[in-house]
Write a protein that binds this ligand. Structure first.
Ligand code: UDX
Length: 456
């Protein structure tokens, strides 16, 4: 015990600096990683952009330092995420360097900087760390399968597949079965050239010495093995981070906990939970189809409609007329939910999701089967994995349409046709629990990561 405490005391003098990418789906796993490393004895600094700055009072164990990002209102509201990421990387270089240099100058106070762990997307961290001769480790906040897909995109470009033709959308991508061309991370909102440029950056490791993955061997063994072969650096698959860490919420929006009281009143496995994550949006037609699809399914539903996520409205003004009266107590709508608690609640029996990587992990780790309606980026790849590789969900294939939603909800949650899906996700939940347990792959990998950071 005394030796263990002494070890922790010396480690406490070693500091790890985390550089998250400032979006909800990226901030949460990075802060969860911070909590895990803190519990292993490291001091943690989070170098965070002013944009989407987290509430420090939620994270008393971390030193959170603001990095001036110089973003304008136009940068943050234009909806062009690729441009935003590029601007962030440019603007943060000098402030991040100054921040790290200051900490290195005052090691007496801060402890020795062991390494920088940065979100792949914040690649400027690596440039800065190199200047200061600090080692870096990458955190990947999305799945290994998504990176495999990114890796193939330049070949597809060279073979003349882009822009995608309507006639080929349903065809399988030769190197990526069972993905179809429509499952590639391409959206009509961004230029393919800009996307390929970003992909080239996030697929390159440069001088970083290892990759931490928010995934599990039991889920993505094949893509992980393939990437390991390719990159030839240590991999630590320590997910699902939200389960492994005891981090307090890093929600940027206020979580409405009334929905938990409402869930408490519902029958076990009866509720379909609906959320499209932190970025995706819908139009007026889609919200109407979703609304009637849910109402007609006959299942109670908890629906997150984020403010401003319905284009052309502030919140729920565009819900169809008569809808609220029709559903009465049967449906509950919130602006933002405590999603992890919702998915762990016994009343929830299905998740209609955009399939962001965090939502996907949260759902399958709790044994909740999914209905996939991916919107952009890696969500489409994740959705295909959910429905056709792990087979723990159904994908809505076309435009949102009320009949299709109604049928999918019933199939997933009620009909005997969906029984295998429901069973498979319970099996997967158990496998994931095993990964995290003493001796499981994520558990072991986390211990390896601990030793690895100490060895840097
Ligand atoms: C985007 C990408 O789509 C995703 O694949 C990528 O890995 C990260 O960025 P995002 O829209 O943020 O994702 O979705 P997701 O990755 O699912 O993350 C959303 C997070 O917000 C989840 O952790 C979820 O629990 C949380 N959330 C969502 C809430 O806490 N409350 C809500 O009401 C909705």
């Amino acid at each position: 015990k005394a030796r263990e405490m002494e070890k922790q005391r010396t480690e406490r003098q070693r500091r790890v600096v985390l550089v998250p990418c400032p979006f909800q789906g990226h901030i949460s796993p990075m802060l969860e990683l911070g909590t895990v490393l803190h519990s292993k004895g490291f001091s943690i600094t989070v170098a965070h952009t002013q944009f989407n700055y987290p509430d420090p009072s939620n994270h008393p164990d971390f030193m959170i330092v603001p990095i001036s990002d110089g973003l304008t209102d136009h940068d943050t509201s234009s909806g062009d995420l690729i441009a935003l990421v590029s601007t962030l990387n440019t603007n943060c270089e000098v402030p991040l360097k100054e921040c790290l240099a200051r900490m290195m100058d005052q090691q007496e106070q801060y402890g020795q900087l062991a390494c920088i762990i940065y979100d792949t997307v914040m690649h400027v961290s690596e440039t800065v760390a190199n200047c200061l001769k600090l080692p870096t480790i990458i955190l990947r906040t999305s799945g290994a399968s998504a990176l495999v897909v990114y890796g193939v995109m330049p070949q597809l470009q060279a073979a003349g597949y882009f822009p995608l033709q309507d006639s080929t959308l349903q065809d399988l991508v030769p190197e990526l079965h069972p993905l179809r061309f429509k499952d590639l991370p391409i959206s009509k909102f961004e230029s393919i050239e800009a996307l390929l440029q970003l992909i080239a950056i996030v697929c390159t490791i440069r001088t970083s010495s290892a990759i931490i993955w928010n995934t599990m061997d039991c889920l993505e063994q094949t893509p992980l093995a393939q990437l390991k072969q390719q990159y030839q650096i240590p991999f630590f698959s320590i997910g699902p981070l939200f389960k492994i860490s005891s981090a307090s919420s890093s929600s940027l929006l206020k979580e409405d906990t009334d929905c938990i009281t409402w869930l408490d009143k519902q029958a076990p496995n009866s509720v379909i939970y609906v959320s499209l994550g932190s970025l995706a949006s819908m139009d007026e037609k889609e919200i109407a189809e979703m609304a009637w699809g849910l109402a007609n399914s006959g299942q109670p539903f908890l629906w997150v409609i984020r403010p401003a996520s319905v284009r052309g409205s502030e919140w729920i003004e565009l819900l169809p007329e008569g809808f609220k009266e029709e559903i009465g107590e049967k449906g509950f709508i919130v602006k933002w939910a405590p999603q992890k608690h919702v998915l762990a609640h016994g009343a929830v029996g299905g998740f209609l999701s955009h399939c962001g990587w965090n939502s996907t992990l949260e759902s399958i780790s709790e044994g909740v089967p999914m209905i996939c309606w991916p919107c952009f980026g890696d969500q489409k790849t994740n959705a295909r994995y959910v429905s056709h590789v792990w087979k723990v969900g159904l994908e809505l294939e076309n435009m949102l349409e009320r009949g299709e939603i109604e049928r999918a909800v019933r199939k997933l949650m009620v009909d005997t046709e969906g029984r295998e899906i429901r069973q498979r996700v319970i099996d997967l939940k158990e496998k994931i629990a095993l990964c995290m347990r003493d001796g499981g792959s994520s558990y072991n990998s986390l211990n390896d990561l601990h030793e690895y950071i100490l060895s840097l």
